[in-house]
Design a protein around this ligand. Sequence first.
Ligand code: GAL
Length: 418
Amino acid sequence: MRLSRRVSVAVVGLTALLAATACGDDGGGGTAVKNVEVFTWWADGGEKAGLDGLVGTFGTACPNFTFVNGAVAGGAGSNAKQVLASRLTQSDPPDTFQAHAGNELNDYISAGQIEDLSAKYTEWGLTNAFPAGLISNLTVDGKIYSVPANIHRANMLWGNKTVLASAGIAANATSLDAFFTDLDKLKAKGVTPLALGKDWTQLMLFESVLISNLGADKFIGLWNGSTPWDGADVTKSIADLQKLMTYTNKDRDTFDWTDAEKLIMEGKAGYQLMGDWEAADLDAKGFKDYSYTVFPGNTGVFQWLADSFVLPKGAKNAAGTECWLKTVGSAEGQKAFNTKKGSIPARTDAVAADYPAYQQTAIADWKSLKQVPSCAHGAGCSQGYMGALNSAMGKFSSDGNVSALQTALVAAAGQFAK
Ligand code: GAL
């Protein structure tokens, strides 16, 4: 094909423009894609503080790009994940999004929605930066698909120190039986003994109870299909959950985790089971009078989850996303993010002394305790499995039917456990 000179100049110009756009180098002409839309559910409090820290590092490390906040509020991504799913279906992905390491990430990989980042790991020197176990949770068929930002611990119990002291609770309970005794003391004081929120927060509480009753190894087996859900130890766990529910706020099904946390801050509740983003959130909100301990009966077990970021297929600004991902994996980025987020760095070279007191204990615990995955936060189970359990929890919260819940759990595992 012969092109006229004018047409060929135009084509060259367009090619140059597309190349500049693809590599994100605007060459001073202002034509490149600058915006990097980062999709998370970190919209407020300690979560936003963590994100802001990362954005600060990104601004320094990636001056050619502009962070665009695509956050959709709602704990554990309860709203964000629906918005994301519909955008992915419509081939309108954000430039990067937050995904949990483990089975949740595998869903995006098997749907062909995210890119292989193996070559970037080599280029950015990340291959040995993270623990081998975590890397295997980000890898499918030898390819690695995301960059982890942190490690969170799920099975933590937060308390209002003044409220606990006024109820005569001097030491943290280490068994479920002792915990029920303490909850009775709080009840007698006229406060809500255990603040609770909706479905996914109830699933977290239930997972902690399961760890107490089954122990770490059998708990892990619930997610890979080797532990049956119809056993007597699961029945006991449901009965324990039912009893725990009697100590919680009645409006739990309308509460996000931050609403339950507010009861702790206002001195209206004694305890709340929640992941350690609560440490950062309480700090961000200026509430200092809090205690923390592992959930009773979970001693020696670190229930983990990890946030990671991906490069979606069809992202408008792949070069900008790569700069974001490189920042997420860097020592500076991990420090700026995790010191404010309540989590610990995924990188193994972090300096514990740089972190607040709570995270210093978590850094030590992560190395020494038995690790089990969280289902409510995607490490242990797929999004389908998680969704089935969340709706079973919501149903149980209103009908309290032990055998109906166990039947629903068995059915969910039959469909999703692997
Ligand atoms: C988790 C997420 C945490 C925290 C939490 C509460 O799923 O991994 O980083 O944001 O939800 O929203």
